[in-house]
Design a binder for this molecule. Structure first.
Ligand code: ANZ
Ligand code: ZN
Length: 828
């Protein structure tokens, strides 16, 4: 190799060596502990962007680090091949989605290889490959047979001009992205997974995941949204035999109900509208506005009275029933008992329509509440509530529930915000739903022997509609039951289905006769999962659900798929997220060509802790490059000395420390301290400070002095040891140049197979440290304690110090504040 740092040549060579030795091909059942590291696989959009570069580098660094620790590492990669962009590209450029997708995959795979990412490519998965999705179809049928799949009508976005269903992202400001037509809401039959059957488990098992960020668990909890409350039946005034059910989480406010509000889609609203044209008009207007639950709070509250009334279950007062746009049909009972004094939405509605506001909860401090501005929504003490007056909200709630239950007017109930997972997509580029619709037999699953239902890849797009709908050769099929002419489903699965089990499939390399096999239980759960926070809810929840369904099918034997989760931050430029639409992208490919992959990797790792946003900086890239050049130059400068040491001592040198130079000894000790810190930072995934640690190591190595006593000079030895250490710990981040330098300096074997450097042996431990003692923040003395002394011992030593005793002169210690390794402050 050259003395000049030539990243292109070095990287090409290193990658060739790894490939020749099949270094990253994982095998099962070794005597090593397994470590499965997975970064979320990408959608093959065409080119890697900086975000990809960052997340896959983080994953690779973790994988290589774990390998150094002696683990049996699996780090696979694949492609989330189905999805809408391929269809859009097909419509625009007239290329079939399959062709476009496979071309992109080829390109991106090469880009990944150039970055030196250590994937086991022998396990590559492409989800649009029939060998993959056939097992998805198979599993769907298993769930269907178990009753975990059902079909019901659900709303979709309908483009009246293009006569097609649109995905949410194809609706721009309420209009079809191509036609510009106002999008309508339509109900069509769709398939659902009963994810709600797992709601409790999905919620409770979050507690089994200490390795997940709290924030992500909170988001999942919110999404699952467990609410404990009560369903109350209000008899209808005009027909004592009928009642209206509502759901409330605040039974303590029962006496404050002044009206009932129902969703526009509620059956009662439809009935009332039959004789009420204005209401009919209002229901129609509501129909085309889909309200996301998050928008409910800020929505302009609108409604109309139905003219009907309901009877309060306890006081028997009549209560007007309103239709209100802030009530959603598919939550709770689609109806609420409105308590405007204590619920903000009810309050705003009541103010707008001049409905009465009746206070039944007093703030705990008994203060007056000003009801001209807002509702009082916290619990408190009941007033105006018959026999419950004077009780606290907490005490009253269960008593009121009991009263309702005793009168057969209600019962305690738990509701989840989580909805069943709608898995039908009216799109072409996805896994065909393996169902046959027969006029006689109804829905018939495709028999196992006929799987996969292959998606035809040679298709022509004429407009936005799925080409499958105009391919009788695809959908015309004989019913497997009665052998009459029937039709296939032409819809496809939500692509979240594919990404819900790919991590398990990676474990079962080349398995063609089953979905998964025993190897899944060897590799799973994934030890470290890495991906964007934008997947905090849907993807992770769906994957957890499918994992539990796989478990219940006997295919895996753990409860949770991902033990530890890291959500990496975004890559920003000038403060905003890098994105094509903002025109602020930096192409990683261009950087790799210019500086080499090691520089790119070093930069993205060094620039920010993994879970934080990374601000792009050209000078940061330059800095990373300079560091690598410096290290390279240093290695060559000391090449002969290091090689000499390598040659002389195959094992660690036994050194006569008693006669060694204290300055040299101190440097060696510092090297080992930094090594400890680096290990600690790797463990807690604070990878940016691993890089700072490496920079400190190099700086120290440039400062190793000659010993005063030439007979006891260990300068060369320290440089050799330090270099070995530095190349090892830096290798997960900059694997190519460290690989080459390791080889050029004649360290033994492949660096990739080297072990983590041995730690601080006793000889270099600093056994005593000196601490500053402060009293009330003022420096008063210094003490010497054992390096591993705990706070108690340090306090005792400080308090028995002569100078300290003098100043204290019997005063009482309020507390002691310890800054480890630095000082102890006695507060009196
Ligand atoms: C009376 C009441 C009084 C309420 C009060 C709140 C405060 P979570 O916690 O999210 O489950 N609600 C019930 N079903 C609804 C629907 N389909 N659309 C809109 N709102 C609905 O919220 C439960 C509360 O949300 C319920 O408790 C109900 O209002 C409302 F001082 O009932 B409450
Ligand atoms: Zn049939």
């Amino acid at each position: 190799m050259h003395e000049q740092y030539d990243p292109q040549k070095i990287e090409e060579n290193a990658q060739k060596t790894w490939e020749e030795h099949a270094c990253f091909q994982a095998t099962e059942y070794t005597n090593k502990e397994k470590f499965y590291c997975l970064a979320m696989f990408p959608y093959p959009s065409g080119r890697l962007h900086m975000g990809h570069t960052r997340v896959y580098t983080i994953g690779d660094v973790i994988s290589r680090y774990q390998r150094m620790l002696g683990k049996n590492v699996l780090q696979p990669m694949g492609w989330d091949g189905f999805g809408l962009p391929a269809e859009n590209a097909a419509i625009q450029n007239k290329i079939p989605p399959a062709e476009w997708t496979y071309k992109n995959i080829g390109f991106m795979r090469n880009q990944m290889k150039r970055l030196g990412l250590g994937f086991d490519w022998s396990r590559e998965i492409t989800t649009c490959d029939p060998n993959y999705y056939r097992w998805e179809q198979w599993f769907f049928i298993k769930l269907y047979e178990k009753g975990f799949v059902y079909k019901k009508n659900a709303e979709v976005n309908w483009d009246p001009v293009d006569q097609t269903v649109l995905a949410n992202e194809q609706v721009v400001d309420g209009r079809g992205w191509r036609s510009g037509a106002l999008v309508e809401r339509r109900e069509i039959p769709q398939w659902f997974f009963k994810i709600t059957a797992y709601a409790d488990e999905l919620l409770n098992d979050l507690d089994k995941l200490p390795g997940w960020p709290e924030q992500i668990k909170a988001m999942q909890k919110n999404w699952i949204g467990r609410s404990e409350g009560v369903e109350v039946n209000f008899t209808l005034s005009h027909n004592q035999n009928e009642h209206l059910t509502i759901f409330t989480t605040r039974p303590d406010t029962l006496f404050g109900v002044t009206y009932i509000a129902i969703a526009p889609q509620h059956e009662l609203a439809k009935q009332a509208a039959n004789t009420h044209p204005a209401l009919q008009q209002f229901l129609h207007e509501c129909k085309n506005i889909k309200v996301a639950e998050a928008e409910l709070a800020t929505l302009e509250k609108r409604g109309l009275p139905t003219g009907l009334t309901a009877v309060h279950p306890i006081t028997h007062e009549p209560l007007p029933i309103w239709v209100a746009n802030f009530v959603v049909m598919d939550y709770g009972a689609g109806a609420v008992m409105a308590v405007p004094a204590h619920d903000q939405r009810d309050f705003e509605f009541a103010q707008h329509y001049k409905l009465p506001i009746k206070q039944v909860i007093l703030p705990a401090d008994q203060s007056e509440w000003d009801f001209s501005k807002a509702a009082y929504v916290s619990p408190g003490e009941l007033i105006n509530s018959a026999q419950f007056t004077g009780l606290s909200s907490e005490k009253a709630a269960p008593q009121i529930i009991t009263l309702l239950e005793n009168h057969d007017k209600g019962k305690a109930k738990i509701h989840f915000r989580l909805r069943d997972w709608s898995i039908s997509r009216q799109r072409y580029w996805g896994t065909p739903i393996p169902i046959i619709n027969c006029a006689t037999c109804g829905t018939v699953p495709v028999p196992e022997k006929d799987l996969p239902v292959i998606l035809p890849e040679q298709v022509k797009f004429s407009g936005v509609t799925s080409p499958l709908k105009s391919m009788p050769e695809f959908y015309e099929i004989e019913c497997p039951n009665c052998h009459q002419q029937a039709t296939r489903e032409t819809e496809t699965f939500d692509t979240f289905f594919e990404s819900s089990w790919y991590y398990a499939r990676f474990a079962c390399k080349k398995q063609e006769t089953a979905m998964l096999d025993g190897r899944a239980n060897y590799w799973l759960p994934v030890d470290q999962y890495i991906g964007g926070v934008e997947h905090a809810v849907m993807h992770l929840l769906y994957a957890r659900f499918i994992h539990k369904a796989l478990r219940d099918e006997g295919l895996v034997n753990h409860d949770e798929p991902f033990t530890r989760l890291l959500t990496q931050g975004h890559v920003l430029k000038d403060g905003t997220k890098m994105s094509k639409s903002k025109g602020n992208v930096v192409d990683p490919e261009m950087l790799t060509t210019r500086y080499g992959a090691d520089t790119v990797r070093l930069f993205v790792i060094f620039a920010a802790p993994p879970e934080q946003n990374l601000e792009w900086s050209d000078s940061g890239v330059e800095g990373a490059y300079r560091f690598l050049k410096r290290l390279w130059a240093f290695g060559y400068e000391h090449k002969n000395a290091i090689m000499h040491q390598n040659h002389t001592y195959s094992t660690d040198k036994a050194i006569d420390w008693d006669h060694s130079d204290p300055k040299q000894r101190d440097i060696l000790r510092q090297l080992y301290d930094i090594l400890d810190q680096i290990k600690y930072d790797y463990e807690r995934l604070q990878l940016n400070t691993v890089v700072s640690g490496c920079m400190k190591l190099l700086n120290l190595l440039t400062k190793v002095p000659e010993a005063t006593d030439p007979d006891n000079d260990y300068q060369e030895y320290i440089i050799q040891q330090g270099m070995k250490m530095l190349l090892s710990v830096l290798s997960p981040i900059a694997p190519h140049m460290t690989h080459q330098l390791w080889q050029d300096l004649r360290f033994p074997g492949l660096l990739l197979n080297a072990c983590w450097p041995k730690g601080n042996s006793i000889a270099f431990k600093q056994d005593e440290i000196s601490l500053v003692v402060q009293i009330n923040g003022k420096l008063r003395s210094r003490i010497t304690v054992a390096a591993d002394a705990n706070q108690e011992i340090i306090e005792q030593t400080a308090l028995t110090d002569d100078k300290v005793k003098q100043i204290m002169s019997g005063k009482i210690v309020k507390k002691c504040i310890l800054v480890p390794g630095k000082l102890i402050n006695i507060v009196i």
